[in-house]
Design a protein around this ligand. Structure first.
Ligand code: URP
Ligand code: ZN
Ligand code: ZN
Length: 485
């Protein structure tokens, strides 16, 4: 067992900041010490195996990305990051735990889907990992299997009101699953978009020759996110099931969440960096070469096809997401990391936006993108830590071990340099480790830098180099959400 001192930095938590040195023994934090050379007469820095200099920098708990899709089979292809490539990229960006979605599709058994996910991940991760369970076919077997999930360390599951024929559940299935979840204390995660209505609009647009990626955003109208969010809230209310709405992008959906929370309901919402920074006009309507072109762009916009979709900046959705994060109407920021290359993957939808695999890759950039919100005054430093680490730990049954720097917690530590700089993108001198042939974040500049990343006492990233190893990452058996009574 080796010892380590992270020395000279400012430790930032969800509730405050203080100058302190973090003492690590093996995999665990054992003390936060007043800064200085000697503690009770002992030269701590001189006694440990490794000293990490954090002078002038922030020392924060490792990031927890609670929404990722490694190797997800979707849209006729598989998400391009494996657990290996995706968790290495996560480490580069200061994320030391992920929660990925194990998949059960209609007609399959939950147990089979879950076993397949364990096979994909085991021994292949550079950071710690847990699972949620996608229940893509609510039937007598999956309802039975839900009862065994908590024992497996899976205390949350996802239903889809979108994607008919793939993962979709109708209202009767949702109601039944929520009743079961309420009985078991599981957290219901909801993809809240009215899928059948979207499919009609998408077909109509296609028939009118409106086939470019921009129309993915038009078909997935905000009204259909608001309506589904409201419906999910009411079904949760009726069944007394706690509800967590994933990848919220419409300001009207935030209003639904806020209203339910104001009524005292156990309802939570997550947004993602893409809904804070990117838009229908600028990204889904992008042109492959600069110059004049139609407002609805060309196939370039495929890089940003995801669901829920990027929304209109003119309508103010991005500003509303930041506001929701400040007011706690939205509690968390995850990436919904679901990367696809342009070549051979997004290209499947050339000439038909409906066939573009849905997803954006961001796992590497979440901490940086959210830190930029601190720089621009959208959120505080403490809220940054809360949104990216502490609340995810509390929400998904990891708190105490993860999400906080305190004695007894895993030594998952990020040293973040507010005087550093990060240039995001695949171009020379820029940062990109995800297994993608493009970056959805090309050209983004961050006024900060992830300097050192430590996972359970092992240095994963330092001095601009990856020192981690595949197989270091362990399966996280999660407890119940701390936000449930
Ligand atoms: O576009 C997305 N979000 N792809 C991943 C699947 C999902 O709905 O989360
Ligand atoms: Zn979804
Ligand atoms: Zn997702």
């Amino acid at each position: 067992m080796s010892t380590m001192l992270v020395q000279g930095g400012t430790v930032v938590s969800s509730t405050g900041r203080t100058r302190a040195d973090v003492l690590v023994d093996g995999e665990k934090i054992v003390a936060l010490l007043a800064p200085g050379q000697a503690t009770l007469g002992v030269d701590v820095a001189g006694s440990v195996d490794t000293v990490i200099d954090a002078t002038g920098r922030y020392v924060i708990p490792g990031g927890i990305d609670a929404h990722t899709h490694m190797e997800l089979p979707f849209g006729g292809t598989n998400a391009s990051d494996t657990f290996e490539t995706g968790t290495i990229a996560a480490a580069w960006g200061g994320t030391t735990s992920i929660i990925d979605f194990a998949v059960q599709r209609t007609g399959e058994r939950v147990e089979t889907g879950l076993a397949a996910w364990h096979d994909k991940a085991a021994g292949n991760c550079a950071v710690d990992y847990g699972f949620h369970q996608i229940v893509g076919g609510v039937d007598e077997y999956s309802l039975k299997a839900m009862a065994t999930l908590a024992d497996e360390g899976i205390t949350s599951y996802k239903l889809f009101m979108a994607y008919p024929g793939v993962f979709y559940s109708d209202d009767a299935q949702i109601l039944t699953a929520m009743q079961k979840a309420a009985e078991l204390g599981l957290l219901t995660m909801m993809h809240a978009e009215n899928g059948p209505a979207i499919d009609v609009l998408a077909q109509q647009l296609y028939d009118q020759g409106k086939t470019t990626p921009y129309f993915h955003g038009v078909a997935r109208a905000w009204q259909l996110e608001e309506e589904a969010t409201h419906r999910a809230i009411m079904l949760a209310d009726l069944t007394e099931a706690p509800l967590y709405v994933v990848h919220v992008s419409a300001k009207q959906a935030v209003a639904q969440l806020a209203a339910a929370r104001d009524r005292g309901k156990n309802v939570f919402g997550e947004t993602c960096p893409q809904y804070l920074y990117l838009s229908l006009e600028e990204q889904l309507g992008a042109l492959s070469s600069p110059g004049d072109g139609p407002d609805w762009g060309d196939f370039e916009g495929a890089k940003w096809v995801c669901s829920t979709p990027l929304r209109s900046r003119a309508e103010g959705h991005q500003a509303a997401m930041w506001q929701g994060l400040r007011t706690n109407d939205l509690q968390m920021v995850s990436t919904d990391h679901c990367p696809f290359c342009m070549k051979d993957q997004k290209e499947l939808g050339k000439g038909d936006f409906r066939a573009i695999p849905n997803g954006i890759g961001s796992i590497e950039h979440r901490l940086d993108l959210m830190y930029q919100g601190v720089v621009t005054g959208e959120i505080t430093l403490e809220r940054w830590v809360e949104l990216t680490s502490t609340t995810p730990a509390r929400m998904f049954g990891l708190y105490g071990v993860k999400g906080v720097l305190q004695p007894g917690a895993d030594a998952d530590i990020v040293v973040y340099d507010p005087a550093g700089h990060t240039a995001i993108g695949v171009g020379a001198g820029r940062t990109h480790h995800m297994n993608m042939d493009h970056s959805a974040w090309e050209g983004f500049e961050i006024d900060g830098h992830v300097d050192v990343v430590i996972s359970r006492g092992e240095v994963l990233v330092a001095d601009g180099e990856f020192h981690g190893r595949v197989g270091h990452g362990r399966y996280l058996k999660r407890g119940l959400s701390q936000y449930l009574l």
